[in-house]
Design a binder for this molecule. Structure first.
Ligand SMILES: [Cu+2]
Length: 186
């Protein structure tokens, strides 16, 4: 018996989902959504001087949510930085033109993976001794699909100078925007 054909009829749908997303279901829908990708090339703003904060970030659609992976360099060694998707795809005015955190569900600013937080609240960046922060996270509250309310393509990815306190509303009090990029499909 071929498991590809038996998997979609999984009697207990929840158990099916928990078992790493039913490979049979993925096989039945060849990469139509899995192929969605986007990227962001973070460039330094003039909000602080000097500033060599730069980075490359890849967004890959998953069965549920998006993998956000990449690296940001040029940070002060050993520091933590607020890292968010902001509402508007405009890095003008030293990133301030990007507006507030992307928040289509009307959430409250908080830590990444908190159910009530903004969709744009990502895991904070932590720079290593060389000033490089590397990350790969699954963000369930965002999408890359056109026409969905939580689509982040065309919005801005922002690195802040300071650490996010995850408490101050609605910003996290993370200070000036030291790097910004518009998230672009591709
Ligand atoms: Cu931000």
């Amino acid at each position: 018996m071929n498991s590809r054909h038996t998997a979609p009829s999984c009697a207990i749908a929840i158990a099916c989902t928990l078992l790493a997303g039913c490979s049979g279901m993925d096989a039945a829908k060849p990469s139509a959504t899995a192929a969605l990708m986007a990227r962001a090339a973070l460039m330094p703003t003039a909000a602080v001087n000097p500033n060599s904060t730069m980075g490359t970030v890849a967004f890959t659609a998953l069965g549920h949510g998006v993998r956000v992976a990449g690296e940001v360099r040029g940070l002060p060694p050993g520091t933590e930085h607020g890292f968010h998707i902001h509402e508007k795809g405009d890095c003008g005015n030293n990133g301030d033109a990007a507006g507030g955190h992307f928040n289509p569900a009307g959430g409250v600013h908080g830590k990444f993976t908190t159910a009530t937080s903004h969709a744009g609240d990502l895991q904070s960046l932590v720079a290593d001794a060389s000033g490089v922060a590397r990350f790969s996270i699954e963000v369930h509250a965002i999408s890359l699909a056109e026409g969905t309310p939580n689509n982040v393509v065309g919005r801005a990815l922002v690195v802040h100078r300071d650490r996010d306190d995850f408490a101050t509303q609605p910003t996290g009090n993370a200070g000036p925007r030291v790097a910004c990029a518009v998230i672009q499909r591709g």
